[in-house]
Design a protein around this ligand. Structure first.
Ligand code: CAA
Length: 260
């Protein structure tokens, strides 16, 4: 399928390959409007349903992953319009329903909804040029796509308050120290690094990949006791699967596993 605000490309040559999604509204620094979020939702759902896709990478441009929700559109709302149309709901949460791993490859600005979009991904890999922030306070609003909830879970209350209350930007190194980002790489290696990580995932057992994602996400959404029990049940459920048998047999026989 072709899109107006995204570029899509399938990368890799294994049984399962990676869908690379590039946000593409360069003149507006990839500001996120309804069309882009609808197209992103459609691309993600199609990839999730496609057995030939094992992982998804979302990236932007060198200058901006995404500079937030489209302020031109936001500015046309008063409370009644925002509330009755459920502003920032339509297709913003689709990414949460995707079962396959989604990697954000972030260069340049990831602000407001752009930072929130990165935080909805499972792994965030940042170029050394990346800048994260929740500057909504400077627009007289607050984050509206999960920023006040996911940011404290990612970086702790103190830094989340600092960022969301001041609207300041945080560079890639600080974001990595704070736990928002899993690795920082030189900008010219960003895509290669993200695609390599995606390929590693594509070559692993599908059921265990989905189970890790589901179980780690569970740790964010319920109590620790619920999460541990949920994890244990999924752990038990993987015993006897072809991938578990192959993986353990390969380890015990000192050979490389061949997952089907
Ligand atoms: N919405 C709409 N257009 C945007 C935009 C946004 N979020 N961010 C940038 N643009 C546009 C600019 O208006 C400008 O367009 P024109 O060339 O037509 O004037 C173009 O992109 C380039 O931007 P700048 O000239 O401002 O570029 P810069 O390098 O000087 O600054 C920037 C870059 C610091 C990212 C600055 O553009 C900026 O501060 N953008 C807004 C960031 C922001 O406040 N994001 C939060 C939005 S609200 C939100 O996201 C709510 C939510 O929780 C979902």
């Amino acid at each position: 399928m072709s899109y107006e605000t995204l570029l899509t490309d399938v990368r890799g040559d294994g049984t399962r390959r990676t869908l690379l999604i590039t946000l593409n509204r360069p003149k507006a620094l990839n500001a996120l409007n309804d069309q882009l979020m609808d197209e992103l939702g459609a691309a993600l759902k199609a990839a999730d349903a496609d057995a030939g896709i094992g992982a998804i990478v979302i990236t932007g441009s060198e200058k901006a992953f995404a500079a937030g929700a489209d302020i031109g559109v936001l500015a046309q709302h008063d409370f009644v319009k925002a509330y009755t149309t459920d502003l920032i709901t339509r297709n913003w949460e689709t990414i949460r329903t995707i079962r396959k791993p989604v990697i954000a490859a972030v260069a340049g600005f990831a602000l407001g909804g752009g930072c929130e979009l990165a935080m909805m991904c499972d792994i965030v890999i940042a170029a050394d040029t990346a800048k994260f922030g929740q500057p909504e306070i400077k627009l007289g609003i607050i984050p509206g796509a999960g920023g006040t909830q996911r940011l404290p879970r990612a970086v702790g209350k103190a830094k989340a308050m600092d960022l969301a209350l001041t609207g300041r930007m945080m560079g890639a190194e600080e974001a990595e120290r704070a736990g928002l980002v899993s690795r920082v790489v030189p900008a010219d290696k960003l895509l290669e690094e993200a695609l390599d990580a995606a390929t590693l995932i594509c070559n692993l057992g599908v059921a265990s990949v989905l189970a890790v994602k589901e179980s780690v996400n569970r740790s964010f959404e319920g109590t620790l006791a619920d999460g541990i029990m949920f994890e244990r049940r999924l752990f038990h459920a993987l015993f006897g699967t072809p991938d578990q048998i192959e993986g353990m047999d390969a380890f015990l026989n000192k050979r490389k596993a061949e997952f089907k």
